[in-house]
Design a protein around this ligand. Sequence first.
Ligand SMILES: [Ca+2]
Ligand SMILES: [Ca+2]
Ligand SMILES: [Ca+2]
Length: 161
Amino acid sequence: MKPKLQHIVLSFFILLAVLPATSRAQAPVDKNDEADKWWQAWADTNRDGSLDDQELQAWKNLEKERIDSNKDGQIDDNEKRLVWKLLPAPITTEQERKFDADESGWLDPDEARKLLFRRVEFIFETNGKGAIKTGLEEFYDSNQDGVIDLEEVKILREDLR
Ligand SMILES: [Ca+2]
Ligand SMILES: [Ca+2]
Ligand SMILES: [Ca+2]
C-alpha cells in the first residue's frame, strides 16, 4: 500500500471510530428528549428550578417504590400518565391554578381529579376538538396534536374511575 492511500484508509477508520461518539455527544434536544424530562417539574419539590441531590434521590425512590407499578425498572407511558394519582402535580397553566383549592401551588390528587373531570366535560362539550389547557392532559394526548379527541378521552375517563 502506498503511504498516501494508507493515510486515507487510516483516516477513514479513525473517522468511523470517532463518528458515533461525536453524534452521541451532540445529540440534539429532540421531542423525545423533552418528553423524557416530564418528571423534572414533579421532582423539583422546593421549586427553585433545579434538582438537588436530595430531590433527585427522593424522586428515584418514588419511581422505584410507587410510580414503577409493574416493577420493571422503567417508567412507561401508562405509569407516567397515572402519576397525578400518586403525587402532587406541578401547576403549569392558569387553568390548573383555578383548581388549587388549598393554594399549595400543587394539585393534590383530589384537586387533579376535579380538574380532569372538568376537562372531560369540556372535551365532550367541544366534541373532542378543544385545545389542551393543562399539563396533566398532555399525558393523554397520545398523538400529540394538542387536542384530546373522543378516542383519547376514553383512557382519561378510565383513569378517573
Ligand atoms: Ca429544587
Ligand atoms: Ca414500569
Ligand atoms: Ca390528541
